[in-house]
Design a protein around this ligand. Sequence first.
Ligand SMILES: Nc1ncnc2c1ncn2[C@@H]1O[C@H](COP(=O)(O)OP(=O)(O)OP(=O)(O)O)[C@@H](O)[C@H]1O
Ligand SMILES: [Mg+2]
Length: 250
Amino acid sequence: MLLELRDVHFRYHGEAPILEGFDLDIAHGEFVALLGPSGCGKSTLLNLAAGLLDPLAGEVDFGGKALTGLNRDAGYMTQGDTLLPWMTVTNNIGLPLELRNVPRGERRDKIERALKLVNLWEARDKFPSELSGGMKRRALLARSIIYDPPMLLMDEPFGALDAQMRETMHQELLDTVGRTGESVLFVTHDISESILLADRILVLGGRPLKVLEEVRIAWGKDRDLDKIRKDPEYTALETRLRDLLRAAHS
Ligand SMILES: Nc1ncnc2c1ncn2[C@@H]1O[C@H](COP(=O)(O)OP(=O)(O)OP(=O)(O)O)[C@@H](O)[C@H]1O
Ligand SMILES: [Mg+2]
């Protein structure tokens, strides 16, 4: 397993426990989507995996070792805007490479590719305050995938994108993880997106948080998204997940 949460307990100060004996396993190369009502604890799970929060009891293991401090092997695309306001788009995106002492030439090539990928080449010298909401999300996306980390933690990464951009990003993300073998833990409110991308979907709900249902998706890694959208199985999965989510809300 790449990521393991074992019997994890967590609560925010003065709040009811969010996690009580919570377990989660993400295998190497696995793409797992988390669906669940707003406020159920999805971002909290990602923060634990990123090492930004510590469990009160239990263990978070990464690559077979207990995680202590920040998880440097996980690229995290947070739900909020964490671009540094005093840096240009180019420098924000290149930050993970700089922190890892990637040589200048290699850095420049990777940044250029990432900027073009998310359609921010023209905006490369702008500062975050000059970007639209969707442009900020794309810059955050580029920053989280630029150094091919063993794991991507993505919190509603494509919510603010237009439909065309979202389709491009879906394909690009699948191509990237297919090529690199990265694992992905992906939070979304979009049922269709979870079916198109994930190997496994966890429907979460309740306080303390529980996995209400685990749905395995059988399309495999080399998937044709247009073909899947026309597959009756896709529609059946959508209906099933919609019902499960409705139950999770009640
Ligand atoms: N820093 C914090 N201090 C206190 N409570 C918090 C904090 N962060 C989150 N919470 C609470 O913990 C619960 C879980 O929050 P979390 O952000 O994990 O939910 P979520 O599933 O990601 O929701 P959403 O889909 O709206 O992003 C919520 O009730 C929230 O109010
Ligand atoms: Mg959240």
